[in-house]
Design a protein around this ligand. Structure first.
Ligand code: 5GP
Ligand code: ZN
Length: 113
């Protein structure tokens, strides 16, 4: 998708600190970390956000959770972590390409503001 920052990262047109990649997903560290460990997992297919997930493209979401579980273990998040997906303006989504924040390495407040 032209002009999508995460599509450009996946294509290697914008550099990123990559953690993991396979046929359908890409994981990289967030440029503005909100926790000692903060990375993003995204589908390689451009899906604009949670509201664009449907029966025909939802398999990747399950795979992303399996990747998150694997990476969290690899990165030492044995004490827990948070997975966040923001949706739309009220949800605080700033990049319109579906992504899962994984935050860990400290105790996280709940509920969010
Ligand atoms: P959102 O606000 O949409 O839930 O999250 C977007 C996230 O993408 C933010 O945490 C922001 O720091 C991160 N981000 C935006 N642009 C870039 C970039 O060019 N590189 C990386 N690594 N992260 C980015
Ligand atoms: Zn995209």
């Amino acid at each position: 998708m032209a002009d999508c920052v995460f599509c450009k990262i996946i294509a290697g047109e914008i550099p990123s600190n990559k953690i993991y990649e396979d046929e359908t997903v890409y994981a990289f560290y967030d440029i503005q970390p909100e926790a000692p460990v903060h990375f993003l997992v995204v589908p390689k297919q451009h899906i604009s956000g949670p509201s664009a997930v449907h029966e025909d493209n939802c398999a990747v979401v399950g795979h992303i959770y399996a990747v998150i579980s694997h990476l969290a273990q690899e990165l030492g998040l044995s004490n827990g972590y948070r997975v966040v997906t923001n949706c739309g303006n009220d949800g605080g989504q700033t990049v319109p390409h579906l992504h899962f924040h994984v935050l860990g390495g400290r105790s996280l407040a709940w509920p969010p503001g």
